[in-house]
Design a binder for this molecule. Structure first.
Ligand SMILES: Nc1ncnc2c1ncn2[C@@H]1O[C@H](COP(=O)(O)OP(=O)(O)OP(=O)(O)O)[C@@H](O)[C@H]1O
Length: 311
């Protein structure tokens, strides 16, 4: 039996004359975290809003496993929209129970879950205060609880980490991981590459509405499994570029960053370095998801390989 919960196939969307989604396809699976990435304006929220039925795509299909074509099982979905905002002068517990009721979730169970999550997120004893008495980050925690109060099978989070302090980001990250471990299918859009790298099983990166990278985190890492070498010292860029295995060099003052070929053996490469290179400091790191993102978003290429299409 397939664990696919959501299938997005060939999504296209234009606003006036501007096409903002070009043939976007991906799946979201039970127990997995799928990250939807891309720079500002890439089309992440448009994709999510199309899935939620807030926008109608011009072409393509959105299918929830077990449902008829075109049906959105809203009681099985939890959704944290990009625009935050809950009723300001309503008590927190009343808001959470209202969301549970909307999804036909038993209220007694919802109340227990609400109290337990409020405690988990450091909001114990706040159930009777209103949203307007909370800070922005605290309000976001309440909205997150509202999206999971009914134990959704599919959880869609549009930029869940924005506006949170680092400690709260960690708390959210751990909770999202736990939800996935317990079987929830999760689709999230985020800009915090370090968090995404730690938590996502699968990713799709959009750029100008087109898929530029997609696959499991392992596949993407293998594909970009190259290293970069940072050398502090006075060196000629052309000489660095002529070293076998170097695909690109970025230089700022005395610091040179050498991007290396994918299949290179780092130990052998270090041994082969010319003795004329001036080295005051030396580091070899794996390329991070953050760097892959910057490369894609700024239309550069990490290597010639990257120009091939990838699915
Ligand atoms: N209702 C709308 N009317 C016209 N254009 C829109 C509308 N909604 C989005 N767009 C345009 O669609 C493109 C994609 O926007 P979208 O909000 O999906 O990007 P995003 O990837 O979520 O960006 P961000 O990271 O900034 O939230 C942008 O060029 C945006 O201006």
């Amino acid at each position: 039996m397939s664990d696919t919960v959501l299938t997005v196939q060939g999504l296209q969307k234009s606003f006036k004359n501007q096409q903002v989604l070009h043939d976007v396809s991906f799946t979201v699976k039970k127990g997995e975290i799928t990250a939807l990435l891309g720079p500002n304006g890439a089309g992440k929220s448009t994709t999510i809003r199309s899935i939620m039925g807030i926008l109608y795509p011009d072409q393509g299909a959105i299918h929830f496993t077990g449902e008829k074509e075109g049906q959105i099982p809203k009681h099985k979905i939890g959704y944290l929209p990009e625009e935050r905002g809950l009723y300001k002068n309503v008590k927190i517990m009343d808001i959470l129970l209202y969301f549970a009721e909307l999804k036909d979730y038993p209220l007694k169970k919802a109340k227990e879950r609400a109290l337990s999550y409020l405690k988990k997120f450091g909001l114990e004893g706040k159930d009777k205060v209103s949203i307007e008495e909370l800070s922005k980050g605290m309000g976001q925690k309440v909205q997150f609880i509202a999206s999971i109060i009914h134990e959704p099978e599919l959880l869609i989070l549009d930029e869940p980490f924005s506006g949170l302090d680092p400690v709260s980001q960690e708390v959210f990250k751990e909770e999202i991981r736990l939800l996935a471990k317990n079987g929830t299918a999760i689709l999230l859009s985020a800009h915090q590459m370090n968090l995404v790298e730690e938590m996502a099983d699968r990713l799709i990166m959009l750029h100008k509405g087109k898929e530029v990278i997609s696959g499991t985190m392992d596949e993407v890492k293998k594909r970009y499994a190259s290293f970069k070498c940072t050398i502090n010292g006075q060196n000629d860029k052309q000489q660095l570029l002529s070293i076998p295995g170097v695909t690109r060099v970025e230089q700022r003052e005395h610091i040179s960053v050498l991007f290396l070929n994918q299949d290179l053996n780092p130990t052998e490469w270090i041994r082969s370095l010319p003795s004329t290179i001036h080295i005051e400091e030396f580091r070899l790191d794996r390329i991070s998801l953050h760097e892959i993102f910057i490369d894609v978003a700024s239309d550069r290429t990490l290597s010639a390989e990257e120009e091939k299409s990838y699915a």
